[in-house]
Design a protein around this ligand. Structure first.
Ligand SMILES: Cc1cc2nc3c(=O)[nH]c(=O)nc-3n(C[C@H](O)[C@H](O)[C@H](O)COP(=O)(O)OP(=O)(O)OC[C@H]3O[C@@H](n4cnc5c(N)ncnc54)[C@H](O)[C@@H]3O)c2cc1C
Length: 398
């Protein structure tokens, strides 16, 4: 059996708009390419709108930043060594699942090899001799298809399948910035209302700087660039800012006749931080296990592939649910409430709660512990009380 990958990009590992931060758990659990790791982190610095800071530190490396292009290229090499075949520069334009297989229509823009050059004998201009690349459709037959098209939902739309229900807008640039020693997280309405902005050091003063929220990401990115903690450390020159949406809720269904959805196309992304690399890998693993069983039984219909949804939801379903509610609650915090929470991190009980429950890839334990703790509510209640007091008319003098 051959596993084919069709990728619309030319040379596996095209510039990818992603920060490339992955929890250590991913490297401990899977054979991921360590050569792509740029550096590891054991701490992050949270900066509140009022300028208060909390450094959350662990006793070991909890996350790594990778060169995402190289990471994807290395994974592709591993897959090829295991027998998979790649067709790059080839877009899948339609899928037609049926009783005895899936018809897959692909369109090759010249037919590129993974190195980016044209395949032997590939026609790039449709024989017209004008040098313009001609689309060439080809229909292939597969036993099953896994859609991992990221945030491109055309194939889902054509089938009438629903896409993830909620998205963040993001803007990001790689910049030259001094003095970023650990991951920095900026909170508050000015830079990223209801969400956050980040600076991730890659080494040698190169930093991924970005924002994600429900608003106009480009506008917030401009504000981040002039943020007092950022502007003074930036080298001159206008950065090349890229924008892209990230899904933050899963698609209603991720299995269909002979077809599975994996990764961003299925909305398998942490709603708290919008990180999708590890969850995508976990779900790809679930898809492989579900398909393996289905191939062995010779059953690839909708009912048989339901196992996939059960497997991945068992792994990350609770994380997605709790994360979504926390995002909603945390997103409603005012700047003063965020200031208060960041200041509360000085308290030993709060540090202890973080030490006991925080995990880079799984946030539900921390979220539930925080919501059950007076630390979270004390700050909120005080502020609600004080703002109510401000609203009340002063009592009449006796
Ligand atoms: C600014 C930004 C920063 C991020 N930072 C992080 C981070 O630090 N950590 C983290 O975990 N996550 C991060 N993410 C999220 C992460 O990038 C995604 O969750 C992850 O890349 C999803 O992987 P995927 O394989 O589902 O989709 P993608 O990585 O988008 O890959 C989809 C592939 O499918 C191809 N394709 C699409 N349509 C077709 C078609 N019709 N035919 C053939 N090929 C097709 C595309 O060319 C692409 O190569 C970030 C996202 C953004 C936007």
């Amino acid at each position: 059996m051959t596993f084919w990958f069709w990728k619309s990009a030319n040379a596996g590992g095209e510039p990818v708009n992603c920060s490339g931060l992955i929890g250590a758990e991913a490297f401990e659990r899977y054979d991921l390419p360590r050569r792509s790791v740029l550096r590891g982190f054991d701490r992050a610095r949270f900066i509140s709108p009022g300028g208060y800071e909390a450094i959350v530190a662990a006793s070991r490396t909890v996350a790594y930043v990778v060169d995402r292009g190289d990471f994807d290229r290395s994974l592709a090499e591993q897959a090829e060594q295991a027998g998979a075949a790649y067709r790059l520069g080839t877009r899948c334009v339609a899928i037609r699942p049926g009783e005895d297989g899936v018809e897959v229509s692909v369109r090759a823009a010249g037919g590129y090899t993974r190195e980016g050059g044209p395949r032997d004998g590939a026609r790039t201009d449709g024989g017209r001799g004008d040098g313009r690349k001609a689309p060439a459709d080809e229909t292939l037959k597969a036993r099953a298809v896994v859609l991992g098209t990221g945030v491109r939902y055309g194939l889902l739309k054509a089938k009438g399948w629903s896409r993830p229900g909620a998205f963040f807008n993001t803007a990001q640039a790689e910049v030259a910035m001094r003095g970023v020693e650990e991951v920095e997280v900026y909170l508050g309405r000015e830079v990223s209302p209801g969400s956050f902005a980040w600076a991730i050091p890659l080494g040698a003063d190169r930093v991924k700087l970005g924002v994600c929220n429900h608003g106009r990401a480009l506008g917030y990115m401009e504000r981040l660039l002039s943020h007092p903690r950022v502007a003074g450390r930036l080298a001159n020159g206008r950065p090349d800012i890229k924008t892209k949406p990230i899904p933050i809720s899963p698609a209603a269904r991720t299995y269909f006749e002979r077809t599975l959805l994996v990764g961003d196309v299925a909305g398998q992304v942490k709603p708290t931080t919008a990180g999708g690399i590890y969850y995508g890998i976990v779900c790809a693993d679930a898809a492989a296990r579900a398909l393996d069983g289905a191939f062995k039984r010779g059953e690839l219909g909708e009912r048989a592939l339901r196992t996939y949804e059960r497997l991945w939801r068992k792994e990350i379903g609770r994380e997605l649910l709790v994360g979504r509610y926390f995002r909603w609650l945390g997103g409603a915090l005012s700047d003063r409430q965020i200031d208060r929470l960041i200041r509360a991190y000085r308290e030993p009980e709060f540090r202890d709660l973080v030490r006991r429950t925080a995990d880079f890839e799984r946030h539900s334990r921390f979220i539930l512990a925080l919501l059950a703790s007076p630390i979270f509510w004390a700050g909120l209640l005080d502020l609600i009380r004080s703002s109510l007091k401000l609203q009340l008319p002063s009592p009449d003098p006796l």
